[in-house]
Write a protein that binds this ligand. Sequence first.
Ligand code: GTP
Length: 188
Amino acid sequence: MSGDSLKRRKIAVLGSRSVGKSSLVKQFIENQFMDAYYPTIESTFAKTVTYKGIEYECHIIDTAGQDEYSPVNAQHAIGIHGYILVYSIASRNSFDMIQIIYDKIVDFCGVTDIPCVIVGSKCDLSQSRQVQSSEGQKLGQKNGAPWVEASAKENINVGKVFDLCLQEIEKRTTPNQVEPQANRCVVM
Ligand SMILES: Nc1nc2c(ncn2[C@@H]2O[C@H](COP(=O)(O)OP(=O)(O)OP(=O)(O)O)[C@@H](O)[C@H]2O)c(=O)[nH]1
């Protein structure tokens, strides 16, 4: 496929520290999982993904873990087509952070909603569960975003997370549009 016909989509992965953002990205890109924890500063990965028969060149930005004081900056908004917001089902605090991050992005961008998927990660840790599936589902409904539980460790729903994100992006993208809409979550 020529470079011209390949659609580029930039996706930012956000959430609290240690919720499994890098692990989700690593499982998606490299089909690997590591038990070791190395805090992320920020990394970008690229992968060509076929969604509904169309090839997309996805640039995935794996961000540093956020807390309630972390500002949403231009890097989280400029040129970003869609977001993956990750909490761990074993951490109530990380779940509470999702609405905070969502609201910060919406405020920063001056929009009412953003193309995103909400992910309850580490769903293999059912013994340590602090957030019920029904709570995740409700949060998704409240923000008009799809919600899914996933495990990078067991490779559960990892591909689905990225498919859902592309689905949300494409829902809001007019045919042949290459750059995100100016009135959406980006400042070009
Ligand atoms: N059981 C289990 N552990 C996981 C899973 N995903 C990640 N982990 C572990 O959780 C820890 C943190 O994972 P990371 O992927 O580095 O988390 P992160 O959100 O990128 O962390 P920051 O870089 O601090 O933002 C590591 O020890 C991982 O092995 C999962 O699906 N299941």
